[in-house]
Design a protein around this ligand. Structure first.
Ligand code: NAP
Ligand code: SF4
Length: 670
């Protein structure tokens, strides 16, 4: 039986034949700035090639110094860089895939002082002001793109992707928002398209007909002063006529105030924008953003939305995505949950990217697959994020593993997180279930293991991943029936009334506010687009219209004691969207609060020097956690040293990211 027949149908793209329709999309990794970066990048990409991607597109490389995204970003602007790229292209070819270099000029998004732009208009997300390129410099930049492509060819790449979306330099030329030039590169749409079209023609002239040219165009700008749908289609037709082989699609500039890839975006939410482009051209078109399962990818191809799918983060989460799909093992795919926590958020913190559900990603050479020198008998206590990660990795390393879980099912806190609208941890649990079922890990659910049993079993190693319990702060009235813990609410054991105060505005406080203020029980694409002010037909300036007001079914107030702006602990690439969403739903967040007492009337607080009463039906406590690890001392008394991971080790700031990473690392250290 053939699984996903359209996805695995070969496709002719320009001069090349792709073995299937799955492309690993461009994803910045920051490996180029890491020690041993090229070797690590070669291992990273080769693993994805072995995992079945037909074509891999690298992270962006600048054609010159001005276009660098940051000072230590990668450029391909000199032959002395060819050797490091050949390491990557050779490794990918040996593993059976094709690879293209993405050429990205950051323009006014560059985080260094030599930044340039179409005009000297700064971006709202960069405090530096760009210098407008002169006409001669624009023409020189065109030549540098072409020279970069020629070097890519020499380095063994099968083609290039010209990055023309997301608000980088090419977008900045195309949109009136950022282009106020008076020369032949500014003014009419025809003039504003001159820069990308000259780049395509100059590139084709340098690389010849047998080299793939992809162009990533903006299918929706999502900023004022961006293109509308008709102008976008004109652009697509002009790019095809100029010699582009494949049109990739990008959604939204980085400065757009609409989330485009994070978990709150419904899967394949942007399909209509891609389908519009496909209907306007005859070259293959690639769909991107929030496509994370083979079922969905197949559906998009069958419905004629696109000819190819680009998966970037899903290949961080699972290098073998394509192979597993082809073999009918989709249930074993480690699905990207669109959290951004270890990929984009790490890049914002100048760290090498990785993946929350696959902490080996971009660290393949540091954690090579293979067996440990000596197989051990290992007990893992607790089947939450840390314990699951540790148990499965330890099994893969050749150890004999018993996994104990006191609850009737695996998952721990992931079972709560999966209740938050958009959070896809149900997929993570499905993945772990499938892996456990195919492994020889002995899973003992509903089994609260004690120190005596562990001691009797004579394990070589005991790992405590016994998790956390919710902290109940010392506030008068904390035992009042009005009070509920976040775990009771998220699990559905208790349902708060219409008026709710939330104590604690950390990650879980915000999650809970989203959970309680969500009107539809999970927004579909139409509701999502309406709430964020996106015209489904792509008309209007940049595809934007006035956002539709959302009403929360509850009156909610979120509280914290710190005087600092709330939401500081949220992820850099998702926190702003969560805050905007709650503001739109009318959920206030108060800082600098002191809790006085909870009684029949509600929650009494001191705020801005005044005593206030919040007349609420319920108070939900999200005030952090405490570790659950009493077994450690009991085992120590018997002379058994247990390793602690996850929240059992340290409850402060514990999240799935740290838990899974610690679990994997400990399994390698056994
Ligand atoms: P948290 O982020 O540490 O927040 C707990 C909040 O409770 C703090 O903001 C603290 O703020 C308050 N608090 C602490 N002790 C208190 C006390 N005795 N009385 C009253 N308030 C108290 O913990 P969390 O919200 O439980 O989240 C756990 C972890 O998961 C965190 O690392 C979090 O970042 C992560 N997480 C992340 C996301 C995400 O979106 N990325 C989502 C969920 C969870 P004040 O002391 O200022 O009031
Ligand atoms: Fe996907 Fe989250 Fe992994 Fe990024 S960190 S690839 S968003 S699962």
């Amino acid at each position: 039986m053939r699984f996903y027949p359209r996805l695995f149908q070969p496709l002719r793209a320009g001069p090349l034949t792709l073995k299937n329709r799955i492309v690993m999309g461009s994803m910045h990794t920051r490996l180029e700035a890491a020690p041993d970066g090229s070797t690590r990048a070669a291992a990273f990409y080769a693993e994805r090639a072995r995992g079945g991607a037909a074509l891999i597109i690298t992270g962006g490389y600048s054609p010159d110094a001005a276009g660098l995204l940051e000072a230590d970003a990668g450029a391909l602007d000199h032959p002395d860089k060819l050797a490091e790229h050949r390491l990557v292209t050779d490794a990918v070819h040996a593993a059976g895939s094709l690879i293209c270099l993405q050429i990205l000029h950051a323009g006014r998004y560059a985080k260094h002082d030599g930044l340039v732009g179409a005009s000297d208009i700064p971006s709202p997300i960069n405090r530096r002001k760009p210098r407008a390129l002169s006409t001669a410099e624009v023409q020189q930049t065109v030549e540098r793109y072409a020279a970069c492509a020629a070097l890519a060819r020499e380095a063994g790449y099968d083609g290039v992707e010209i990055m023309g979306s997301e608000g980088y330099l090419i977008s900045q030329f195309i949109a009136l928002r950022t282009n106020q030039r008076g020369d032949q590169y500014g003014g009419t749409l025809e003039n504003r398209l001159r820069f990308p079209l000259e780049i395509v023609r100059a590139t084709r002239a340098r690389v010849g007909a047998d080299f793939l040219i992809l162009f990533r165009m903006s299918a929706l700008d999502l900023v004022e002063g961006g293109l509308n749908a008709e102008e976008t289609l004109q652009q697509a037709r002009a790019l095809e006529a100029a010699g582009v082989d494949v049109l990739d699609t990008g959604i939204g500039w980085h400065e757009a105030r609409v989330p485009t890839i994070a978990y709150m975006v419904p899967r394949a939410a942007w399909r209509d924008a891609t389908a519009r482009i496909k209907s306007a051209v005859s070259i293959p078109v690639m769909a991107t953003n929030r496509i994370n399962t083979p079922e969905l990818a197949e559906e998009l191809l069958l419905q004629g939305v696109a000819d190819l799918v680009s998966l970037a983060r899903p290949f961080l989460a699972d290098a073998a995505f394509a192979l597993k799909a082809e073999q009918g093992r989709a249930d074993a795919i480690n699905t990207c949950v669109a959290c951004n926590q270890a990929c984009l958020d790490f890049l914002f913190r100048n760290k090498v990217a990785s993946c929350l559900v696959n902490p080996r990603a971009c660290h393949e050479t540091l954690y090579p697959s293979g067996k440990a020198a000596r197989a051990k008998r290992v007990a893992v206590v607790g089947a939450g994020a840390a314990g699951l990660s540790c148990a499965i990795t330890a099994f893969e390393r050749g150890h004999s593993v018993t996994l104990y879980e006191a609850q009737g099912d695996i998952g721990g806190q992931l079972n709560l997180a999966r209740q938050v609208p958009g959070k896809e941890f149900a997929e993570t649990l499905r993945y772990f279930r499938a892996r456990l079922a195919k492994s020889s890990v002995q899973l003992k659910t509903g089994h609260r293991v004690g120190a005596d049993e562990l001691a009797r079993s004579g394990y070589d190693a005991v790992v405590l991943a016994s998790g956390v319990r919710a902290r109940l702060p010392d506030i008068p009235g904390i035992d009042h029936p009005k009070v509920m813990r976040y775990d009771e609410v998220l699990s559905g054991a208790k349902v708060p009334g219409r008026r709710v105060a939330i104590i604690g505005a950390g990650g879980i406080g915000f999650d809970l506010a989203e959970f309680l203020s969500e009107a539809h029980g999970g927004a579909g694409t139409a509701e999502f687009l309406a709430a964020w002010g996106v015209d489904p037909r792509g008309m209007g300036d940049g595809g934007l219209v006035a956002p539709k007001q959302e009403a929360s079914p509850r009156a909610i107030v979120l509280l914290q004691r710190k005087p600092t702006p709330p939401g500081k602990s949220l992820g850099a690439t998702t926190g702003w969207a969560i805050r905007m969403e709650l503001a739109r739903r009318g959920v206030p967040v108060l800082s600098g609060v002191s809790y006085q007492r909870i009684d029949e009337q509600g929650l009494h607080i001191l705020h801005e020097g005044q005593a206030k009463l919040l007349e609420v039906d319920h108070v939900v406590v999200c005030a952090g956690q405490e570790p659950v690890n009493a077994l450690r001392a009991e085992l120590a008394a018997m002379g058994i040293e247990a390793a602690l991971i996850g929240g059992a080790e340290r409850a402060e700031e514990i999240d799935a990211l740290r838990a899974m990473e610690q679990g994997m690392k400990l399994a390698y250290a056994l």
